[in-house]
Write a protein of this length. Structure first.
Length: 344
């Protein structure tokens, strides 16, 4: 096993750095295949894989699509353990309504909101349970702290803490640890949902018209706020209650996408949106000159974050130029210099 830091690499000479990069090649390899617009050639193309294997010398490489670069939630690590968050919420629920003044409850609200921030993204069932309890406790503190409702959901004035507690609770039995008055409020919101007061939002997991649910389900797992969802619709759309939804997509090689999706109205093209950074990188590489093109830091940031998250992997970027597998160009990413070097 080997590890390095970017500062140490930057201080090395060129030959030393290349030797360490070559050592990295002995570990796992990831190839992000960027996709030419309107072309059907992607990471699954056997011909692209053969060309890349020849250029990299890595027959064991994992080939991934551009949305693998979208990983804003994977880089966030909650500092508050789910079990500790549950304990905090339960402790809040044990405080009698009249034990604090309105100002005191507003102070408790600030503490609960800090706990929600520390909890981090909701990518598993335990964190989801903790988030429900914290949002419910925050909704109670809002009421007892006489905090005016200044937010809305699809035009309906609504505490966002109450809405999130209800949204994350949909489809599961009511949690007895939630104070009775808040449980009643959550039930009221869900009753309005059942009567069509709020429009559901579509999360679209297709990338093109060739989407096939059977193939997708066989190779991917979809988790929305920590709960697994099986996509059965022919258009790749899953309907959910509106909100800021933590989406994780997995494949055989592990998490392939983890992002927060703002979905309040209409349909949201999850994978298409997540692929935009890859599209921008493709345009930058095609417009650059030389085997080591100089690209702006913002174009390279998604690749650098991808590399930094897996320090034992060699990371490559491949482009089937004009959608032609035989014309695939390949670059190796050097994390120390934040540069892509084209392979012959």
């Amino acid at each position: 096993m080997w590890f390095w830091c970017a500062a140490a690499l930057a201080a090395m000479g060129v030959e030393e750095r290349r030797a360490l990069l070559d050592e990295a090649m002995a570990g796992s390899a990831r190839v992000v295949v960027l996709e030419w617009m309107h072309a059907e050639v992607d990471a699954g193309s056997k011909k692209v894989q053969r060309v890349v294997t020849r250029k990299t010398g890595r027959p064991d490489a994992t080939f991934v699509r551009p949305y693998d670069l979208a990983q804003d939630l994977r880089l966030e690590r909650g500092t508050l353990d789910a079990a500790e968050a549950v304990a905090r919420a339960e402790a809040e629920g044990a405080i009698p309504d009249d034990a604090l003044t309105a100002e005191g409850w507003r102070e408790r609200l600030a503490g609960l909101e800090a706990s929600l921030d520390a909890l981090g993204p909701v990518l598993d069932v335990q964190t989801r349970e903790a988030a429900v309890l914290l949002h419910a406790a925050a909704a109670r503190a809002e009421r007892l702290g006489e905090v005016p409702v200044e937010t809305e959901v699809q035009g309906v004035p609504m505490s966002l803490h109450l809405w999130e507690a209800a949204r994350l609770s949909e489809g599961v039995p009511a949690d007895s640890r939630i104070p009775e008055d808040v449980r009643g409020a959550i039930d009221g919101v869900l009753a309005e949902v059942a009567h069509g007061r709020f429009e559901r939002v579509g999360l679209d997991f297709s990338l093109d018209a060739s989407f096939a649910p059977q193939t997708f389900v066989a190779t991917h797992g979809v988790f929305l706020d920590g709960r697994e969802v099986v996509i059965t619709s022919v258009d790749g759309v899953v309907e959910v209650l509106p909100g800021a939804i933590d989406v994780m997509l997995t494949r055989q090689h592990g998490p392939s996408l983890a992002v927060e999706v703002e979905a309040w109205r209409g349909d949201v093209a999850v994978l298409e949106d997540a692929s935009r950074e890859g599209n921008r990188l493709l345009e930058g590489l095609m417009g650059a000159l030389g085997t080591t093109p100089v690209l702006s830091p913002d174009l390279l940031e998604p690749v650098h974050a991808y590399w930094a998250e897996r320090p034992q992997s060699a990371v490559f970027v491949a482009i089937p130029v004009a959608g032609r597998a035989g014309k695939t160009r390949v670059w190796r990413y050097d994390g120390a210099t934040r540069r892509l070097e084209e392979l012959p």
